[in-house]
Ligand binder design. Sequence first.
Ligand SMILES: Nc1ncnc2c1ncn2[C@@H]1O[C@H](COP(=O)(O)OP(=O)(O)OP(=O)(O)O)[C@@H](O)[C@H]1O
Ligand SMILES: [Mg+2]
Length: 249
Amino acid sequence: MLSINNVTKTFGGVVALNKCATTVKQNEIVAFVGPNGAGKTTLFDTISGLIKPDYGNITLSIDDNTEELTKISPEKVANLGISRTFQQVRLFPNLTIQDHFIIAQSKNDMRLLAQIVAKNHMHEKDVPFHKKILEQYGIDRDLNLYVSDLSYGQQKLLQIAMAVMREHKIIMLDEPVAGVNAVVQKKIEDILISLKKAGETIMLVEHDMEFVRNIADRVVVMDEGSVMVDGTPEEALSDSQVLEAYLGE
Ligand SMILES: Nc1ncnc2c1ncn2[C@@H]1O[C@H](COP(=O)(O)OP(=O)(O)OP(=O)(O)O)[C@@H](O)[C@H]1O
Ligand SMILES: [Mg+2]
């Protein structure tokens, strides 16, 4: 479905991606792991169209149609069906939970829409649906609450909910459980497992190997911008040399 072909990206003297290559199949949960600076976020940014590679390309194939993501704008990539969350929480503190759901359901540019939503209160619409999502994600808060009043864990859950709500073919999550407590981590684990059962294709970056072992079908170990190991969690994470060299375990 997604094919990453020898992607190289340098920032000044830093080689962030170095002939990085792998593929993602439909209905797989693929975890990208590796030390800080391995190039995981740069890879997600390149798939999203935010960064253009120096060499190589990334293609998305759906049915008989293949698009080269590395040639098009981030907006076009998003509209082709790559939905993602960012490593740092990116929400609009002065907007409510429901405003964020409205933004997620729209195909328009996020920032522009945030301004519109802030001006005209587009509420009322879709209230039952939005309440159901809050329930599904275990966010026990009011739809009209400003997101600045949410806990960090609830903000992480909201970001995942938004990525899933957006029309998509693939969901990419950059460190979905970083910094959350054990309860929220378990919640996110259950959500991802149920998404997989519903047929979703998920790519994620994560440092927590227990979380990765619990949910991933495949693990891609990266270091210095390249893929070092690519296999099932058993294959990739049972090798003590791999764990020591790349994952500090
Ligand atoms: N915009 C940028 N300008 C300059 N260097 C960058 C930029 N983005 C990333 N880098 C560098 O590229 C390398 C890969 O960074 P990247 O953020 O992709 O790593 P990562 O695997 O996501 O790490 P972490 O686990 O810490 O999030 C690092 O050396 C980083 O400093
Ligand atoms: Mg990162």
